[in-house]
Every structure is written in structure tokens, then in C-alpha cells.
Design a protein around this ligand. Structure first.
Ligand SMILES: [Zn+2]
Length: 208
């Protein structure tokens, strides 16, 4: 069976279930990304960041406080996007190279700023049962994720209990279908994409 590759990046952590997700991915030899919010990294949660780094999972920027970036000033946008990247560099000696915008919300000005900041933007090239909603169900998350999984996809999910429950079915099934789940960095490397565009949402590496 020919190998297929995709990456899932989980937004909004560090939150409960992040370490459990990492343990689950490790069971299948898979990796993933975590798009973390600066304001959620506290003395009580930083062990989750360390756990991700120690296990070789990729950290991705997801703003400091998760505002709608198109509703704040340019100066605030720069601050929101760069503060967590700088803090994570200082605190954990870890270089964040990619960002997912909060709720994927943007306008031309936000994208222009991202380009100036040389941010690689991760989009969402699958459907995953709207797992950010409080009433999302593992059944629907499983169905949509498996129905839309495709080679080269960059998928967006969230650190949530119902997502963790769904992953217990999703990961073995994707493995059985010949998928390898890898870090975003690794996905781009596998497909020979080295010059990534800045300020452009990447939903699938095959479309770069
Ligand atoms: Zn988010």
C-alpha cells in the first residue's frame, strides 16, 4: 500500500487532554502539531508544552489571547502574533516557525502583516466534525475526519475531550488506510516543499 501523509494541528492548548493526545499518537508512531495560546501557558500548564517538545511534537503559534485579528489595530495584531513566539523561545528555547490564526479569521491587512512577519500560516484542508463546538460529538468528528482525510492535508482540530475520544477510533483507522500522521514541518519536508509562502493559508501541501 502506498503511504499517504497528512498533519493534524490541534488548536487552543495547553489544555487538559493534550498529554493524553500525545500518548495516543505515540502508540501509533504518529506525530502532530499543537497551536498554543500564549495566555494559556502558565506555571500550571507549562509541563504540557515541555511534554510536547520532549516527545517531538511541533508547537505552532496561535496568538496570545485569541482575538478576532481583523477587528484590532495593526500594532495589536503584531503583538498578538509575536508575543507567544518570543516567550516560547525565551522560556523553552523552542523556535516556532508556523502559525494558525485564531478561528482562521483574517482580512487583507492581517495577511499583509503575516507576510511582513514571515509567518507560515496553517489552514484547514479537511472537515473534522466542527470539533470546536461544545456540542460536537465523537461520532460526527470520526465520520467527517475519516471521510475527508486526504494525502497532503493540513487539518485543524482542537484540544478537547470529545476530540480525544474520537481520536481513539480515528488514529487506528487512518493507520489501516495507509496514512502516516506527521508534524507540519515533516509533511512539508516529505513533499519537498522548502520555500513556503508567507501570509498565505496552506490547506494542503499539494496546492503550494
Ligand atoms: Zn483557536
Amino acid at each position: 500500500m502506498e503511504k499517504k501523509y497528512l498533519t493534524i494541528v490541534f488548536d487552543d492548548g495547553p489544555l487538559p487532554y493534550m498529554c493524553e493526545m500525545i500518548d495516543l499518537f505515540n502508540q501509533y508512531g504518529f506525530k502532530a502539531g499543537f497551536a498554543v495560546m500564549g495566555s494559556r501557558i502558565t506555571p500550571d500548564t507549562e509541563y504540557m508544552i515541555e511534554y510536547a517538545i520532549d516527545n517531538g511534537f511541533q508547537l505552532v503559534g496561535h496568538s496570545q489571547t485569541h482575538p478576532r485579528l481583523e477587528t484590532i489595530t495593526s500594532e495589536q495584531v503584531v503583538d498578538e502574533l509575536t508575543t507567544p513566539i518570543n516567550n516560547i523561545k525565551n522560556r523553552f528555547n523552542y523556535n516556532i516557525t508556523m502559525t494558525r490564526l485564531p478561528n482562521l479569521c483574517r482580512d487583507d491587512n492581517v495577511l499583509k502583516i503575516c507576510k511582513e512577519l514571515k509567518l507560515v500560516l496553517l489552514g484547514h484542508g479537511m472537515k473534522c466534525g466542527s470539533d470546536w463546538l461544545p456540542d460536537a460529538t465523537p461520532e460526527n468528528i470520526i465520520k467527517e475526519t475519516l471521510d475527508t482525510a486526504c494525502d497532503g492535508a493540513v487539518a485543524c482540530m482542537h484540544v478537547k475531550e470529545h476530540t480525544y475520544e474520537a481520536l481513539k477510533t480515528i488514529l487506528p483507522e487512518l493507520k489501516a488506510r495507509g496514512f502516516m500522521l506527521v508534524n507540519p514541518d515533516e509533511l512539508f519536508k516529505i513533499y519537498g516543499k522548502t520555500n513556503l509562502p508567507y501570509g498565505v493559508h496552506i490547506h494542503n501541501v499539494n496546492n503550494i
